[in-house]
Ligand binder design. Structure first.
Ligand code: GDP
Ligand code: IMO
Ligand code: MG
Length: 422
């Protein structure tokens, strides 16, 4: 069997959580392969709305195996909160959730280093989620990280030596006042470590490959989005992991020839939270209209998301990097009330038109739009293709013709049921 991958193609928050939940009945195993609690994946069903940060979005369906892979970074404190709130909803994950021993831990001092680094950058800050993601991955790559497997023996000694390095940095380099924040967070963090110990800590790469060998179907759930990838995103305004299809290989320990379908998710428009370039951003009232109708506020931080028109130059680049085989268009209903919908099909850079994604998305990039008519029809009640208005079909055909990949699913509302397959 092959592993199918589902990824965001924009700057995150495309609706990955919702779609993974919709697709989960077709799979035996659901895995996260990168990122950490910077992610906020929202699921809605049976009047329940739930946001997941570290835990795969397959956990609301029965009899599924959920795995947090080696490429993920885990904050035990946030993990415990997630587990506790799921318990309150009646979901006990002790038998269904497995954690890689090779996943790295986000230490309390990583959070403080994230805050100190952002403060030191001033106006040039990344706009990180302040969850300690960058410092945790920096320690992983710098070979100074602590892994989940480390909590099983001699943990305190290793923990103290890492924390000493971090507090030295906070004091001597950043001159950052950390004492009370550290003590407050550490207590809850160690409670989280005890929670993690109650779960099945495994060599997930062997476990997953054995599952594939035995015929089980696997879906890998991306976090963030391709434009936030550490190598191919709008660097340095990116996250610290490979959010792309290749990240599923390193983040799970599966070979490239085991990858099957690649589902690429995009919003019918575009959003970005945090700093960094965004060519199609609308800073006037149309942007506010998208934000209001789409409830575009961060699932993790509550920050207002920046909104703009769909950018097909960036989307085409993401499809290329990810090897997308099927597209999924989210939040089409948010455009229900627009007379005209603009789509960026080219960039003008130094007077030249191009549809190739440039090295840098700086102020020199001017988006060139084509205008399509809106459908002016409420989509939230539409349940199959026969109910799709003509101008929505036209919009989809326009995207498919430019991207050369079929749009297989159109999402018309946040609920599990508001999903049209084509
Ligand atoms: P993720 O990080 O990619 O999982 O996406 P988020 O959960 O951060 O953000 C997507 C938001 O859009 C959530 O609030 C979802 O409930 C909501 N959502 C998902 N699909 C749709 C849709 O088709 N229409 C509308 N109106 N909302 C949607
Ligand atoms: P999901 O999985 C949207 C953004 C942050 C910031 C940059 C770096 O819900 O789509 P980090 O905390 O990773 O160091 O922040 O990346 N960012 C996201 N934006 N959705 C996410 O995840 C994000 N995770 C990180 O806003 O600009
Ligand atoms: Mg999100």
């Amino acid at each position: 069997m092959k592993v199918d991958v589902l990824l965001g193609l924009q700057w995150g928050d495309e609706g990955k959580g919702k779609v993974v939940d919709v697709l989960t009945p077709r799979y035996d195993v659901i895995t996260r392969f990168q990122g950490g609690p910077n992610a906020g994946h929202t699921l809605e069903f049976n009047n329940i709305k739930h946001v997941l940060h570290t835990i795969p979005s397959g956990i609301f369906r029965d009899d599924k195996i959920n795995i947090i892979g080696n490429g993920v970074v885990i904050d035990p404190c946030i993990f415990k909160k997630e587990i506790d709130s799921l318990l309150k909803l009646g979901f006990d994950l002790k038998k269904t959730l497995f954690i890689s021993k090779k996943a790295h831990l986000i230490l309390p001092t990583h959070r403080l280093l994230d805050a100190a680094s952002e403060a030191a950058k001033g106006d040039a800050k990344i706009g990180s989620t302040l969850k300690g993601i960058g410092p945790a991955y920096r320690d992983k790559i710098g070979r100074d990280g602590l892994r989940v497997g480390d909590i099983l023996s001699g943990f305190m000694e290793k923990y103290k030596s890492r924390v000493k390095q971090h507090t030295d940095l906070l004091t001597k380099y950043y001159r950052f006042d950390y004492e009370s924040a550290l003590t407050d967070y550490e207590t809850a963090w160690f409670e989280g470590i005890e929670t993690i110990k109650q779960f099945q800590l495994i060599d997930s790469e062997i476990f997953i490959n054995n599952l594939i060998e035995s015929g089980k179907t696997v879906i890998a759930e991306g976090a963030q989005g391709t434009m936030l990838d550490i190598d191919f995103g709008s660097y340095p305004f990116v996250t610290s992991s490979n959010t792309i299809t290749a990240g599923a290989c390193t983040g799970l320990g599966i070979a490239p020839n085991k990858i099957g379908k690649v589902y690429g998710i995009f919003k019918a428009y575009c959003t970005r939270v945090g700093s960094g370039p965004f060519p199609t951003e609308l800073i006037e009232e149309t942007g506010q209209k998208l934000r209001d109708i789409g409830h575009e506020y961060g699932s993790t931080t509550g920050r207002p998301r920046r909104c703009g028109w769909l950018d097909l130059v960036a989307l085409k680049y993401a499809i290329m990097i990810d090897g997308v085989t099927e597209l999924i268009m989210m939040k089409a209903d948010v455009l229900d009330d627009f007379d005209e919908i603009k789509v960026c099909t080219k960039y003008k850079i130094n007077g030249e038109l191009t549809d190739e994604f440039p090295y840098e998305l700086d102020g020199q990039v001017e988006p060139i739009y084509e205008i399509l008519p809106g459908w002016k029809t409420p989509l939230t009640g539409v349940t199959d293709v026969s109910g799709m208005p003509d101008n929505l079909i036209r919009y989809i055909h326009f995207i498919e013709a430019k991207m050369k990949v079929p749009v297989r699913i159109v999402s018309v509302g946040p609920d599990r049921s508001q999903t049209i397959e084509r």
